[in-house]
Design a protein around this ligand. Sequence first.
Ligand code: G1P
Length: 301
Amino acid sequence: MRKVRKAVFPVAGLGTRFLPATKAIPKEMLTVVDRPVIQYVVDEAREAGIEHFIFVTGRNKAVIEDHFDIQFELNHTLAERGKDDQLDRLQRLQPQPGQTSFTRQQVPLGLGHAVWCARELVGDEPFALLLPDMITLPDQGCMKDMVALYNETGGSIIAVEECDPSETHKYGIVGRGEDASTGFRITGMVEKPKPGTAPSNLYINGRYILQPEIFAILESQERGAGNEIQLTDAMLKLERQQSFYGYHYRGRTFDCGSPEGFVEANVAFALSRSDMNESMACSIRTLLAEVEPARRKVAAG
Ligand code: G1P
């Protein structure tokens, strides 16, 4: 079985939901506590054993490339000032020379199109795909578990989580078949189903392992939901030719693509850190106590 060595990060999105914050800064560079969102996702891939990181970028995203480069002046200054902890941390997160590649999605035609733009860089091997809007807590873990499942089953794998049935229209949804190792067989999938038509409440959380045959399917550039080239539609076709498995992730994924999800992620990640848990919990309690009277007044009309 071919090993999963490469990961694709589609980071071309405009981030219009975050304007004006994202006028000059890519949404993937907004920080959750003290790491840019994209760093969480790359770290998750590295932890899963990924050796090559492929970014599908767009205009105004050059700073992502800078972020994953070495900043010699910064390293030098940190060393001179004896800030070894910070230097160590930067060095641990630093991709090695030749481990990153960047290509551009020149026109915003959807996720399927973004993935297709990486076809030459991925080549003829299975690859991981991580959507940078989605970050997982406990951080890391999800892709590592998926690679472990892949090593048992082969094929393609999609991670899913449960959502409230009223939310299924916002996501790709999969149907659940019989168990297979630590995962299950996928019996179908649909992108953003109309309310009441979803095959389950298991939503695709933005983590995939895909076989390279997906590229030939995406080549046809067929449009789907929202008039975009949808990855889910291409996966549905691949599922008719090859095995497809679901992995039910038991952690929690935060959708940093929306301001509410992003703020929630900041609160949750800060609370999960031993160095700030206590002070954050205290601040949140104080803030809630302060806003409660106003909330009650609004609720009472
Ligand atoms: C994309 C995928 C969808 C998945 C979602 C997770 O949708 O197409 O299947 O559930 O990411 O965030 P988007 O959020 O780009 O509309």
